[in-house]
Design a protein around this ligand. Structure first.
Ligand code: ADP
Ligand code: ASP
Ligand code: MG
Length: 403
């Protein structure tokens, strides 16, 4: 008997009607004689509402309480799923993470699963039951509830699949799989049949929301193949894997873009060793993630300009930290909230020369100005004005024959 982990995202369990539909999907696996473990997200919108409530109480809401609050959404959806499964004749019950437990390490709101005790789950499955486990949450060594980062139910599903030694892990969502770019943004996006972990990890980290980046890291590390498919229509989805069998020969696999990046330029900083470190030290201490960085070559050997990007929500704090930083001097600070990072991703670029040129040329033909560039072995990212993002994606999608 095969064991399968079925994970349902927020939209898939977004209403009572949707939960009933999801239970039909679960039932179809039970009828095929699978052993099933269900992982669920909160009903769509619920976690955001909880975030807003925490902000209304305090602009400095305690992070341990934040996790305790945010984890409640999954309790509701899992109880409703288990209740519905019982209603249609299956043995089922819900499990909150601490009841197993799923233990985590690291900071509140961004913890990471380090162990799952599957004893109870195994016993229950052996007796024909279908456990429904809350995604997104765990407990730490002080028995406090933790959460593992937004969209974290993906990572819960992968880790449960690892510990339970599942043959399959299926992520059910509101699109048919992983597409060449967000299908809601660009109608000509195409469903990808198979994608390597490394490519998916880059796409996820560079803004393709369909999978959470940590979950892909966990899947790669533990060699767990992931199937991404729709809970709305019954169609084949996308396989995320390392297996090289029957991959297409596309050079570029996908295009990602970000929505909430901001660019900061510090004009006229001293061009001497240690300046960049002095600028970034307080940001790092305050857990502000700096992404792209460029420093111009100094014209006079004295002063230079430094540009970097951060998440828009960190802009105010970053501005304050720079202005309060007594260890640096500069002429001017400038900000741009309306930027977007557009990236092309594909392992094919390792062996194909000229990709950078083709990307830049395609953007130039559309008169799109590139503000910052960063590259790795399998991706090229450019920072551009957010108002050009759609146009850029369309022209790159066409240039690399993804249409
Ligand atoms: P869930 O609630 O099921 O976890 P998410 O909202 O986290 O679903 O992820 C699914 C969404 O990801 C889709 O609705 C789609 O708009 C977005 N998305 C962004 N990039 C891509 C992509 N390359 N392929 C598919 N979906 C994408
Ligand atoms: N409910 C959580 C969130 O909205 C976790 C998840 O959906 O995976 O981020
Ligand atoms: Mg998701």
């Amino acid at each position: 008997m095969k064991t399968v982990v079925l994970k349902f995202g927020g939209t898939s369990v977004g209403s009572i009607d949707r939960i009933k539909k999801v239970c039909k999907i679960i039932a179809s696996y039970k009828k095929k004689k699978y052993k099933v473990v269900v992982i669920s997200s909160a009903m769509s919108g619920v976690t955001n509402e909880l975030v807003n409530k925490s902000k209304a109480i305090s602009n400095n809401f305690d992070l341990a309480e934040y996790d305790s609050l945010l984890s409640t959404g999954e309790q509701v959806s899992c109880a409703l799923i288990a209740g519905r499964l019982k209603h249609i004749g299956f043995k089922s019950r819900s499990w909150l993470s601490w009841q197993l437990p799923i233990t985590t390490e690291g900071n509140h709101s961004g913890a990471r699963i380090n162990k799952i005790n599957i004893r109870e789950l195994n016993k229950y499955i052996k007796n024909g039951g279908t456990p429904v486990v809350t995604g997104f949450q765990g407990i730490n060594k002080n028995y406090r509830i933790t959460t593992i980062g937004r969209s974290g139910s993906d990572a819960t599903a992968i880790m449960v699949a690892k510990y339970i030694k599942a043959e399959e892990c299926i992520i059910f969502t509101d699109v048919e799989g992983v597409y060449t770019t967000d299908p809601r943004q660009y109608k000509k996006a195409k469903k990808i049949k198979k994608i390597f972990y490394d490519e998916m990890l880059e796409m996820a980290s560079l803004g393709s929301k369909v999978m959470q980046p940590t979950s892909i890291q966990d899947a790669k590390l533990n060699k767990i193949d992931i199937n991404v498919k729709s809970s709305f229509v019954s169609k084949s989805g996308t396989l995320i894997t390392n297996s090289k069998k029957s991959f297409s020969d596309q050079i570029i696999t996908g295009i990602s873009s970000t929505k909430n990046d901001a660019k900061i330029t510090i004009v006229g900083v001293k061009d001497r060793p240690g300046v960049a470190a002095s600028i970034f030290k307080p940001l790092s201490k305050n857990l502000i993630n700096v992404d792209m960085v460029v420093q111009n070559i100094s014209q006079n050997g004295k002063n230079t300009d430094l540009t970097f990007t951060i998440k828009s929500e960190d802009l105010k704090k970053t501005e304050r930290l720079i202005r309060e930083n007594k260890s640096i001097s500069y002429k001017k600070l400038s900000f741009d909230r309306n930027v977007s990072k557009v990236s092309i991703i594909g392992v094919g670029m390792i062996t194909t020369p000229g990709i950078t040129y083709r990307m830049f040329q395609a953007l130039a033909l559309k008169k799109i100005n590139i503000l910052v560039i960063s590259t790795s072995e399998i991706k090229i990212s450019v920072l551009i004005s957010a108002k050009h993002a759609k146009k850029a994606i369309a022209s790159l999608h066409k240039e690399f024959k993804l249409d």
